[in-house]
Design a protein around this ligand. Structure first.
Ligand code: FES
Length: 337
């Protein structure tokens, strides 16, 4: 038999050309014999309003106090977390406070659900995916209201939950403060600038002859070897022909060029140099930068060139930067703000 039409929204399957027995969806989809009636979405008349201590106000009050105790623990752990964080932080203590706070919150919610909310489980079949009739919709609204009422009749617990959420929520924000400076305030800047000498990791100033052909050296601004975003690679390309991109004329000293060492993908140090191909490789995700093409990325996830540092030589013959970096160093993320 050929199905010529689809079931209607009202659930009426009795149109011409349709036989429910032949409809594979009816059998496969719902797991109910096609000839059985669909169960009501919400069983009517069922007593689902009872909760554990409904008939014993004394035990209900005790349950409330137990919940309040749990949430007080949560609140205190949030305050303790704030204090520990503000006096310098201690990861183990902070972790313990978070653990106590979340456990208290969770146990309190479980006790509330177990002792002070209706405990009847109502399992409703999905039935057909058609729109329910008016009577079923009314029953659903009535059932919903029955479950809201037991929550609303506990104003003490509701207020306490709000308080705990506020205190503990504020404490949980502290990790955000630990993320450090906002990118656009400080990470745009490095310690490089006009006339800053290039030094090695021992803060010794460098001259052009200190770098052998095909050699590479990590250099820093003088007296700033601890500045992570300023770390730079100095490479001697010798006679290898390299592109001088627009705006970078005069930024090299013969074959000496300098580029930021911070990968533009996710910020790892780009320290692997292949002198045969003149490529820099980032060890984290293998982004590869072609030094002859202005450290343009030629492989891997990095989408932006390594920024170039303009070089010069001062009167004493030492290598200096003639300016700072003209682009933000580090991940391309900074570009998109
Ligand atoms: S951080 Fe360099 S490739 Fe991912």
């Amino acid at each position: 038999m050929t199905t010529t039409d689809r079931p209607t929204a009202s659930g009426d399957h009795s149109y011409a050309g349709y036989d429910e027995d032949d409809d594979p969806k009816v059998k496969l989809h719902y797991g109910i014999d096609p000839h059985d009636p669909w169960p009501d979405d919400v069983p009517r008349g069922q007593d689902d309003s009872r909760w554990r201590f409904q008939d014993n106000p004394r035990l209900a009050r005790r349950a409330e106090l137990k919940i309040a105790f749990c949430w007080t623990l949560t609140m205190l752990s949030g305050i303790a977390l704030a204090i520990v964080y503000c006096v310098g932080g201690q990861p183990q203590v902070e972790g313990t406070m978070l653990f106590v706070g979340f456990v208290g919150l969770g146990v309190g919610l479980i006790l509330w659900a177990r002792d002070l909310l209706p405990g009847t489980e109502v399992t409703a079949s999905r039935g057909t995916h058609n729109i329910s009739d008016a009577a079923k919709r009314e029953a659903a609204v009535e059932a919903f209201n029955r479950t809201v009422d037991p929550i609303a009749r506990r104003p003490f617990l509701l207020r306490m939950l709000g308080l705990v959420g506020g205190v503990f929520g504020v404490a949980a924000l502290f990790p955000i403060a630990s993320l450090g400076d906002r990118p656009h305030r400080t990470l745009y800047k490095t310690a490089w600038g006009p006339g800053v000498r290039l030094v090695d990791q021992d803060n010794n100033p460098l001259k052009p002859a200190d770098i052998a052909v095909n050699g590479i050296l990590t250099v820093f601004p003088e007296n700033n070897i601890e500045s992570p975003q300023s770390s730079t690679v100095l490479i001697n390309l010798g006679d290898a022909p390299f592109d001088v991109r627009p705006g970078t004329v005069g930024w090299n000293i013969g074959g000496l060029v300098a580029f930021s060492k911070i990968c533009t993908h996710a910020g790892c140090p780009v320290g692997l140099y292949n002198a045969q191909t003149h490529q820099l490789v980032c060890p984290c995700h293998q982004s590869t930068f072609d030094v002859l093409k202005g450290c343009n990325p030629v492989f891997g996830p990095a989408s932006r060139s390594l920024p170039q540092l303009p070089l010069a030589v001062n009167n004493a013959g030492y290598l200096i930067s003639s300016e700072g970096y003209q682009q933000p160093v580090g991940p391309g993320f900074w570009n998109r703000a």
